[in-house]
Design a protein around this ligand. Structure first.
Ligand SMILES: Cc1ncc(COP(=O)(O)O)c(C=O)c1O
Length: 397
């Protein structure tokens, strides 16, 4: 019988050197903030993951590990089960330090200083910050909010910016961080077509893809066509779906054999071709044990309940805040312009000091997000309810 997992119980994370709680841990807050920012979950991992990690820890030998021989098989069957497709086995590679590290390597490998790299904005900050930091030029194509309230790509703007021929690479987050938008096959197909037409390599960061309900239909970029696969890097990690952020690992699909060889060479130079002993193990258990998939489906359903709670609360009690409907991920992008703050700093002051709730501030995702926040709903509903009440009380004080 399927176990019913408990996502309601609040587990104390204070005193565990949790990044989410660092303001508290480092004496920067007064112990009253409710953190709803960085993308990890307040939920205990699926039992088989905890058991496997404990068993390996008890072995007491933590020397250098290699990636196990059936890791790729487990990844392929996971892709098939969740997304209905799989890449060719030889296209699969990995980068132990994680997805952002992998993208930074490919950026430096495929572009030169001064080259242009495009992002759909707003977007996850490390993805665009690495561009100027490594001497490349960021080209922004602004996303728009459609009549249905969903985030949409402005394809005219995108094509106009790719057309010049001097954009070398573009990075997408799929699903989109911060809005949780699940890009459709049609939208991704148009991106792939434009990228091929104008000679732009696509990096598709799909780290949040596991946290999408199966019926919402995540489309991996490599699966669009052989040409799209050849012209892209698709990035995965069990990190987001299974709450393994502290284990730092990733699995990548890079179909072009020459680029893959060069990529692996670059990782070798940085001595990063070994794996993270617990990250690799936890990933294998996550992808391979059916009980973990049950945990994931229940976590997604619980967070869907949290999303609905948020939407209902805002509509009934806090209409100054407007949530963009989030189709996947445990993140929700919320328009706070109705609060009347003049800029993002004032909005941050409102959240941190008046409401005592700590979201990701929208300006971290680019200037288009100035009056938005991103809320992480992977928490107990009790915590969410408390946070919303605080925001309402502060807004109506
Ligand atoms: C879109 C996106 N990519 C990458 C990461 C981080 O990945 P990693 O820890 O594997 O570098 C995150 C974490 O929040 C993310 O939201």
């Amino acid at each position: 019988m399927t176990k019913k997992y408990d996502f309601d119980t609040i587990i104390n994370r204070k005193g565990t050197d949790s990044y989410k709680w660092y303001r508290d841990e480092h004496g920067l807050a007064d112990g009253q903030l409710i953190p709803m920012w960085v993308a990890d979950m307040d939920f205990r991992c699926a039992d088989p993951i905890v058991e496997a990690v404990v068993k390996r820890a008890e072995h007491g030998l933590y020397g250098y590990p290699v990636r196990s021989r059936n890791h790729t098989e487990l990844f392929l069957s996971w892709q098939q089960r969740r997304f209905g497709c799989q890449p060719q086995k030889e296209w699969v590679t990995y980068a132990a330090p994680g997805v952002v590290f992998a993208i930074d390597i490919i950026l430096n490998m495929l572009t030169e200083k001064g080259d242009k790299v495009l992002l759909l904005m707003p977007n996850y900050d490390p993805l665009f910050e690495m561009i100027p930091k490594s001497g490349r030029t960021l080209v922004e194509s602004p996303l728009v909010i459609g009549e249905d309230g969903l985030v949409r790509i402005d394809f005219d703007d995108l094509e106009a910016k790719l057309k010049g021929g001097d954009v070398k690479m573009m990075t997408i987050s799929n699903p989109h961080n911060p809005s949780g938008r699940v890009w459709t096959r049609e939208e991704l197909g148009r991106i792939a077509e434009l990228a091929e037409k104008y000679g732009v390599f696509v990096v598709s960061d799909e780290i949040h893809a596991d946290f999408i309900a199966k019926d919402k239909g995540h489309v991996p970029f490599y699966s669009l066509s052989e040409a799209a696969a050849k012209n892209s890097l698709s990035c995965y990690s069990a990190n987001k779906g299974f709450n393994l952020g502290g284990f730092q690992t990733s699995t990548l699909v890079l179909a072009d054999a020459e680029k893959r060889a060069e990529f692996e060479k670059q990782l070798g130079i940085a001595q990063t071709r070994l794996d993270n002993i617990f990250g690799a193990l936890a990933t294998e258990v996550a992808y391979g044990d059916p009980a973990c998939e049950e945990w994931l489906d229940q976590a997604i359903a619980y967070v869907d309940g949290n999303k609905q709670y948020l939407y209902d609360f805002l509509a009934a009690k806090l209409p100054e805040l407007k949530a963009v409907p989030s189709q996947g991920t445990y993140l929700v992008w919320v328009d706070c312009s109705g609060l009347g703050c003049k800029d993002g700093r004032e909005l941050a002051d409102f959240f941190y000091n008046k409401a005592k709730v700590e979201p990701c501030m929208g300006y971290e995702f680019g200037s288009a997000g100035e009056l938005f926040v991103r809320l992480n709903l992977a928490c107990s509903r009790t915590v969410l309810a408390r946070a919303l009440e605080r925001i309402r009380d502060a807004a109506h004080a």
